[in-house]
Design a protein around this ligand. Structure first.
Ligand code: FE2
Length: 370
Protein backbone atom coordinates (compact mmCIF):
# COMPACT_ATOMS: atom_id res chain seq x y z
CA UNK A 1 0.00 0.00 0.00
CA UNK A 2 1.44 3.40 -0.94
CA UNK A 3 1.67 6.21 1.59
CA UNK A 4 -1.00 8.30 -0.09
CA UNK A 5 -3.33 5.32 -0.17
CA UNK A 6 -2.66 4.73 3.52
CA UNK A 7 -3.51 8.36 4.30
CA UNK A 8 -6.87 8.08 2.61
CA UNK A 9 -7.87 4.78 4.23
CA UNK A 10 -6.31 5.04 7.71
CA UNK A 11 -8.75 7.31 9.54
CA UNK A 12 -7.22 6.29 12.89
CA UNK A 13 -3.44 6.80 12.72
CA UNK A 14 -1.73 5.13 15.70
CA UNK A 15 1.93 5.63 16.65
CA UNK A 16 2.12 2.52 18.83
CA UNK A 17 1.08 1.05 22.16
CA UNK A 18 1.13 3.80 24.80
CA UNK A 19 0.69 1.57 27.85
CA UNK A 20 -1.05 -1.54 29.13
CA UNK A 21 -2.83 -1.21 32.48
CA UNK A 22 -3.54 -4.24 34.62
CA UNK A 23 -5.99 -4.12 37.50
CA UNK A 24 -4.54 -6.37 40.18
CA UNK A 25 -5.13 -7.32 43.81
CA UNK A 26 -1.89 -5.89 45.17
CA UNK A 27 -0.13 -3.47 42.83
CA UNK A 28 2.78 -2.89 45.22
CA UNK A 29 3.68 -6.59 45.19
CA UNK A 30 2.91 -7.03 41.48
CA UNK A 31 5.29 -4.15 40.68
CA UNK A 32 8.01 -5.94 42.63
CA UNK A 33 7.40 -9.09 40.56
CA UNK A 34 7.55 -7.28 37.21
CA UNK A 35 10.75 -5.49 38.26
CA UNK A 36 12.43 -8.58 39.70
CA UNK A 37 11.29 -11.23 37.24
CA UNK A 38 10.90 -9.27 33.98
CA UNK A 39 13.39 -6.45 34.53
CA UNK A 40 10.95 -3.54 34.32
CA UNK A 41 12.14 -0.19 35.73
CA UNK A 42 10.29 2.11 38.12
CA UNK A 43 8.87 5.11 36.25
CA UNK A 44 5.91 6.82 37.95
CA UNK A 45 3.40 6.50 40.78
CA UNK A 46 -0.05 7.78 41.72
CA UNK A 47 -1.85 7.11 45.01
CA UNK A 48 -2.85 8.72 48.29
CA UNK A 49 0.49 10.56 48.51
CA UNK A 50 -0.32 12.28 45.19
CA UNK A 51 -3.94 13.05 46.06
CA UNK A 52 -5.56 9.95 44.52
CA UNK A 53 -7.90 8.52 47.16
CA UNK A 54 -9.30 5.30 45.70
CA UNK A 55 -6.36 3.55 44.04
CA UNK A 56 -2.60 3.09 43.81
CA UNK A 57 -0.93 2.89 40.39
CA UNK A 58 2.67 1.93 39.65
CA UNK A 59 4.04 2.67 36.17
CA UNK A 60 6.89 0.44 34.99
CA UNK A 61 8.96 0.81 31.84
CA UNK A 62 11.33 -1.30 29.77
CA UNK A 63 12.49 0.27 26.51
CA UNK A 64 9.20 1.13 24.69
CA UNK A 65 6.95 -0.99 26.95
CA UNK A 66 4.98 0.75 29.70
CA UNK A 67 2.93 -1.31 32.17
CA UNK A 68 0.64 0.19 34.80
CA UNK A 69 -0.35 -1.90 37.80
CA UNK A 70 -3.34 -0.55 39.68
CA UNK A 71 -5.12 -1.82 42.77
CA UNK A 72 -8.12 -0.49 44.70
CA UNK A 73 -7.92 1.08 48.16
CA UNK A 74 -11.48 0.24 49.18
CA UNK A 75 -14.15 -2.37 48.51
CA UNK A 76 -16.54 0.08 46.79
CA UNK A 77 -14.08 0.76 43.99
CA UNK A 78 -14.94 -0.52 40.49
CA UNK A 79 -11.36 -1.80 40.47
CA UNK A 80 -12.20 -4.01 43.48
CA UNK A 81 -15.31 -5.26 41.69
CA UNK A 82 -13.27 -5.99 38.54
CA UNK A 83 -10.69 -7.86 40.58
CA UNK A 84 -13.28 -9.84 42.53
CA UNK A 85 -14.73 -11.10 39.26
CA UNK A 86 -11.68 -11.54 37.04
CA UNK A 87 -8.65 -11.73 39.27
CA UNK A 88 -5.62 -9.87 37.89
CA UNK A 89 -6.05 -8.83 34.26
CA UNK A 90 -5.74 -6.17 31.59
CA UNK A 91 -8.19 -3.26 31.84
CA UNK A 92 -6.71 -0.77 29.35
CA UNK A 93 -4.90 -1.29 26.06
CA UNK A 94 -3.84 2.33 25.52
CA UNK A 95 -2.97 3.54 22.02
CA UNK A 96 -0.62 6.45 21.34
CA UNK A 97 -2.29 8.78 18.84
CA UNK A 98 -1.65 12.25 17.41
CA UNK A 99 -5.19 13.47 18.15
CA UNK A 100 -7.10 11.74 20.96
CA UNK A 101 -10.28 13.80 20.56
CA UNK A 102 -10.48 13.08 16.84
CA UNK A 103 -9.82 9.36 17.50
CA UNK A 104 -12.76 9.36 19.93
CA UNK A 105 -15.08 11.27 17.57
CA UNK A 106 -14.22 9.03 14.61
CA UNK A 107 -14.52 5.71 16.44
CA UNK A 108 -17.70 6.58 18.35
CA UNK A 109 -19.09 8.04 15.10
CA UNK A 110 -18.61 4.58 13.59
CA UNK A 111 -20.42 2.78 16.39
CA UNK A 112 -17.77 2.54 19.12
CA UNK A 113 -19.10 2.87 22.68
CA UNK A 114 -17.38 5.68 24.59
CA UNK A 115 -16.25 4.93 28.16
CA UNK A 116 -14.10 7.99 28.92
CA UNK A 117 -15.20 11.25 27.33
CA UNK A 118 -12.42 13.35 25.74
CA UNK A 119 -10.47 14.84 28.65
CA UNK A 120 -7.45 17.14 28.94
CA UNK A 121 -5.10 16.50 31.88
CA UNK A 122 -2.70 19.30 32.84
CA UNK A 123 0.27 19.84 35.09
CA UNK A 124 3.43 21.97 35.06
CA UNK A 125 4.92 19.72 32.33
CA UNK A 126 2.12 20.30 29.85
CA UNK A 127 -1.00 18.44 28.85
CA UNK A 128 -2.11 14.95 27.88
CA UNK A 129 -5.38 14.49 26.03
CA UNK A 130 -7.20 11.20 26.40
CA UNK A 131 -10.45 9.37 25.71
CA UNK A 132 -11.64 5.77 25.90
CA UNK A 133 -13.88 3.30 24.11
CA UNK A 134 -15.06 -0.21 24.95
CA UNK A 135 -13.76 -3.38 23.35
CA UNK A 136 -14.36 -7.09 24.22
CA UNK A 137 -15.24 -8.03 27.81
CA UNK A 138 -14.48 -5.19 30.22
CA UNK A 139 -11.34 -4.18 28.30
CA UNK A 140 -11.13 -0.60 27.01
CA UNK A 141 -8.96 1.15 24.45
CA UNK A 142 -7.64 4.51 25.56
CA UNK A 143 -6.48 7.08 23.02
CA UNK A 144 -3.52 8.98 24.47
CA UNK A 145 -2.18 12.18 22.91
CA UNK A 146 1.06 13.33 24.51
CA UNK A 147 2.70 15.64 21.95
CA UNK A 148 2.40 18.61 24.35
CA UNK A 149 3.67 16.79 27.41
CA UNK A 150 7.25 16.78 28.74
CA UNK A 151 6.76 15.04 32.11
CA UNK A 152 7.79 11.59 33.22
CA UNK A 153 4.47 9.90 32.35
CA UNK A 154 1.12 11.75 32.64
CA UNK A 155 -0.41 14.50 34.77
CA UNK A 156 -1.48 12.98 38.10
CA UNK A 157 1.64 10.83 38.37
CA UNK A 158 4.92 11.66 40.10
CA UNK A 159 8.32 10.25 39.24
CA UNK A 160 8.88 7.00 41.11
CA UNK A 161 12.42 6.89 42.50
CA UNK A 162 13.34 3.48 43.82
CA UNK A 163 16.48 2.12 45.44
CA UNK A 164 15.63 -1.30 44.01
CA UNK A 165 16.44 -1.42 40.29
CA UNK A 166 17.05 -4.90 38.83
CA UNK A 167 18.61 -4.82 35.35
CA UNK A 168 16.38 -4.97 32.25
CA UNK A 169 16.06 -8.33 30.45
CA UNK A 170 16.08 -7.03 26.86
CA UNK A 171 12.32 -6.61 26.35
CA UNK A 172 11.80 -3.87 23.73
CA UNK A 173 8.22 -3.28 22.62
CA UNK A 174 4.74 -4.81 22.53
CA UNK A 175 4.55 -6.98 19.40
CA UNK A 176 0.88 -7.97 19.74
CA UNK A 177 -1.90 -8.43 22.32
CA UNK A 178 -4.34 -11.31 22.02
CA UNK A 179 -7.97 -11.27 23.13
CA UNK A 180 -10.05 -14.33 24.05
CA UNK A 181 -13.74 -13.91 23.21
CA UNK A 182 -16.76 -16.18 23.64
CA UNK A 183 -18.36 -18.73 21.31
CA UNK A 184 -19.34 -17.13 17.96
CA UNK A 185 -17.92 -13.79 19.08
CA UNK A 186 -14.72 -13.71 16.98
CA UNK A 187 -16.36 -12.40 13.82
CA UNK A 188 -18.39 -9.68 15.56
CA UNK A 189 -15.15 -8.40 17.16
CA UNK A 190 -13.31 -8.67 13.84
CA UNK A 191 -16.07 -6.48 12.43
CA UNK A 192 -15.67 -4.04 15.35
CA UNK A 193 -11.95 -3.64 14.60
CA UNK A 194 -12.71 -3.23 10.88
CA UNK A 195 -15.68 -0.87 11.11
CA UNK A 196 -14.94 1.15 14.25
CA UNK A 197 -11.11 1.14 14.31
CA UNK A 198 -10.32 0.82 10.57
CA UNK A 199 -8.14 -2.26 11.16
CA UNK A 200 -7.67 -5.06 8.62
CA UNK A 201 -7.83 -8.83 9.04
CA UNK A 202 -4.28 -9.87 8.03
CA UNK A 203 -4.33 -13.57 9.01
CA UNK A 204 -6.90 -16.20 9.91
CA UNK A 205 -6.58 -19.60 11.55
CA UNK A 206 -9.47 -22.03 11.60
CA UNK A 207 -9.98 -24.92 13.95
CA UNK A 208 -8.09 -27.26 11.59
CA UNK A 209 -4.96 -25.09 11.82
CA UNK A 210 -5.21 -24.82 15.58
CA UNK A 211 -6.32 -28.10 16.97
CA UNK A 212 -4.80 -31.04 18.67
CA UNK A 213 -6.40 -34.31 19.62
CA UNK A 214 -8.34 -32.52 22.30
CA UNK A 215 -8.73 -28.77 22.29
CA UNK A 216 -9.23 -26.30 19.50
CA UNK A 217 -9.57 -22.60 18.82
CA UNK A 218 -10.04 -20.20 15.94
CA UNK A 219 -8.19 -16.93 15.53
CA UNK A 220 -8.15 -13.85 13.30
CA UNK A 221 -5.37 -11.27 13.46
CA UNK A 222 -6.43 -7.62 13.21
CA UNK A 223 -3.85 -4.96 12.35
CA UNK A 224 -3.98 -1.18 12.08
CA UNK A 225 -2.83 0.69 8.95
CA UNK A 226 0.90 0.91 9.73
CA UNK A 227 1.02 -2.55 11.35
CA UNK A 228 2.28 -1.20 14.69
CA UNK A 229 -0.81 -2.54 16.47
CA UNK A 230 -1.78 -6.20 16.07
CA UNK A 231 -4.69 -7.74 17.95
CA UNK A 232 -5.35 -11.44 17.29
CA UNK A 233 -8.86 -12.44 18.43
CA UNK A 234 -9.41 -16.05 19.57
CA UNK A 235 -12.61 -17.94 20.14
CA UNK A 236 -13.00 -21.51 21.37
CA UNK A 237 -13.74 -24.32 18.92
CA UNK A 238 -15.28 -27.74 19.49
CA UNK A 239 -12.74 -30.49 20.24
CA UNK A 240 -12.74 -33.79 22.07
CA UNK A 241 -12.24 -31.89 25.29
CA UNK A 242 -12.43 -28.37 26.62
CA UNK A 243 -10.77 -25.67 24.51
CA UNK A 244 -7.95 -23.72 26.16
CA UNK A 245 -9.90 -20.56 25.30
CA UNK A 246 -12.91 -21.91 27.15
CA UNK A 247 -10.76 -22.64 30.19
CA UNK A 248 -9.67 -18.99 30.09
CA UNK A 249 -13.26 -17.72 29.74
CA UNK A 250 -14.35 -19.91 32.69
CA UNK A 251 -11.59 -18.70 34.98
CA UNK A 252 -11.52 -15.06 33.90
CA UNK A 253 -15.32 -15.15 34.09
CA UNK A 254 -15.57 -13.40 30.77
CA UNK A 255 -13.69 -12.20 27.74
CA UNK A 256 -10.29 -10.57 28.16
CA UNK A 257 -6.65 -10.32 27.18
CA UNK A 258 -5.08 -13.76 26.84
CA UNK A 259 -1.46 -12.83 26.23
CA UNK A 260 0.87 -9.91 25.71
CA UNK A 261 3.71 -10.61 23.29
CA UNK A 262 6.87 -8.63 23.92
CA UNK A 263 9.78 -8.44 21.50
CA UNK A 264 13.49 -8.94 22.14
CA UNK A 265 16.43 -8.85 19.74
CA UNK A 266 18.24 -11.72 21.54
CA UNK A 267 15.71 -14.29 22.69
CA UNK A 268 18.31 -16.75 24.04
CA UNK A 269 19.81 -14.08 26.30
CA UNK A 270 16.40 -12.68 27.35
CA UNK A 271 14.84 -16.07 28.14
CA UNK A 272 17.92 -17.28 30.00
CA UNK A 273 17.70 -14.16 32.16
CA UNK A 274 13.92 -14.44 32.71
CA UNK A 275 14.26 -18.10 33.74
CA UNK A 276 17.06 -17.26 36.18
CA UNK A 277 14.69 -14.72 37.75
CA UNK A 278 11.89 -17.25 38.16
CA UNK A 279 9.63 -16.69 35.13
CA UNK A 280 8.08 -20.05 34.25
CA UNK A 281 7.62 -21.13 30.62
CA UNK A 282 5.73 -23.85 28.77
CA UNK A 283 7.99 -26.73 27.78
CA UNK A 284 7.54 -28.64 24.53
CA UNK A 285 8.90 -32.22 24.36
CA UNK A 286 12.61 -32.29 23.43
CA UNK A 287 11.71 -34.33 20.31
CA UNK A 288 10.47 -30.96 18.93
CA UNK A 289 14.12 -30.16 18.18
CA UNK A 290 15.01 -33.47 16.49
CA UNK A 291 13.57 -32.44 13.11
CA UNK A 292 13.49 -28.66 13.67
CA UNK A 293 15.85 -27.77 10.82
CA UNK A 294 13.90 -30.01 8.41
CA UNK A 295 10.80 -28.01 9.27
CA UNK A 296 12.16 -24.45 9.36
CA UNK A 297 15.34 -24.60 7.23
CA UNK A 298 18.60 -22.89 8.07
CA UNK A 299 18.59 -20.50 11.04
CA UNK A 300 21.38 -18.36 12.50
CA UNK A 301 21.01 -19.66 16.06
CA UNK A 302 22.63 -22.78 17.51
CA UNK A 303 20.04 -25.48 18.21
CA UNK A 304 21.43 -26.46 21.62
CA UNK A 305 20.52 -23.28 23.55
CA UNK A 306 17.09 -23.33 21.89
CA UNK A 307 16.55 -26.92 23.04
CA UNK A 308 17.90 -26.17 26.53
CA UNK A 309 15.54 -23.20 26.98
CA UNK A 310 12.59 -24.64 25.03
CA UNK A 311 12.51 -21.79 22.48
CA UNK A 312 10.27 -22.46 19.47
CA UNK A 313 10.99 -21.56 15.82
CA UNK A 314 8.67 -21.06 12.85
CA UNK A 315 9.14 -19.83 9.30
CA UNK A 316 6.88 -18.03 6.83
CA UNK A 317 7.41 -16.56 3.34
CA UNK A 318 9.28 -13.56 4.72
CA UNK A 319 11.64 -15.10 7.26
CA UNK A 320 11.50 -16.83 10.61
CA UNK A 321 10.63 -16.09 14.21
CA UNK A 322 11.61 -17.47 17.61
CA UNK A 323 9.06 -17.49 20.43
CA UNK A 324 8.29 -18.86 23.86
CA UNK A 325 5.22 -18.66 26.07
CA UNK A 326 5.16 -18.17 29.82
CA UNK A 327 2.83 -19.99 32.15
CA UNK A 328 -0.03 -17.81 33.44
CA UNK A 329 1.35 -15.05 35.69
CA UNK A 330 -1.50 -15.33 38.20
CA UNK A 331 -3.16 -18.28 39.97
CA UNK A 332 -6.18 -18.32 37.69
CA UNK A 333 -5.11 -19.91 34.36
CA UNK A 334 -5.69 -16.67 32.48
CA UNK A 335 -3.14 -14.12 31.20
CA UNK A 336 0.39 -15.01 30.15
CA UNK A 337 3.30 -13.49 28.23
CA UNK A 338 4.95 -14.41 24.95
CA UNK A 339 8.58 -13.55 24.26
CA UNK A 340 9.18 -13.15 20.51
CA UNK A 341 12.13 -12.40 18.26
CA UNK A 342 11.29 -11.74 14.62
CA UNK A 343 13.83 -12.39 11.88
CA UNK A 344 11.76 -11.27 8.92
CA UNK A 345 8.65 -13.32 9.70
CA UNK A 346 5.48 -11.28 10.22
CA UNK A 347 3.32 -14.24 11.26
CA UNK A 348 2.54 -15.74 14.67
CA UNK A 349 4.10 -19.20 14.80
CA UNK A 350 1.38 -21.33 13.22
CA UNK A 351 3.87 -24.19 12.79
CA UNK A 352 4.29 -24.31 16.58
CA UNK A 353 0.61 -24.46 17.47
CA UNK A 354 0.39 -28.23 17.67
CA UNK A 355 3.50 -28.79 19.84
CA UNK A 356 2.61 -25.80 21.93
CA UNK A 357 -1.00 -26.76 22.52
CA UNK A 358 0.02 -30.26 23.50
CA UNK A 359 2.30 -28.72 26.13
CA UNK A 360 -0.53 -26.43 27.17
CA UNK A 361 -3.01 -29.28 27.45
CA UNK A 362 -0.67 -31.08 29.80
CA UNK A 363 -0.84 -28.02 32.08
CA UNK A 364 -4.61 -27.84 31.60
CA UNK A 365 -4.95 -31.54 32.55
CA UNK A 366 -2.78 -30.94 35.66
CA UNK A 367 -5.31 -28.30 36.71
CA UNK A 368 -8.15 -30.78 36.22
CA UNK A 369 -9.65 -28.71 33.41
CA UNK A 370 -9.31 -30.91 30.34
FE1 FE2 B 1 1.11 -14.48 20.30
Amino acid sequence: MSNSEQKTTDFLPINGTDFIELWVGNAKQAAHYYKTAFGFQSLAYAGPETGVRDRASYVLVQDKIRLILTSPLNSNSPIAEHHRKHGDGVKYLALWVEDAFEAYEKTTGRGGIGTIKPTTLNDADGEVKMAGIKTYGEVEHLFIERKNYKGVFMPGYVKWESDYNPAPTGLLYVDHCVGNVGWNQMNPWVKFYEDVMGFKNILSFDDKDISTEYSALMSKVMSNGNGYIKFPINEPAEGKKKSQVEEYLDYYEGEGVQHIAVATKDIVKTVRELMARGVEFLKVPSTYYDDLLDRVGKIEEDIEPLRELGILVDRDDEGYLLQLFSKPVEDRPTMFFEIIQRKGAKSFGKGNFKALFEALELEQANRGNL
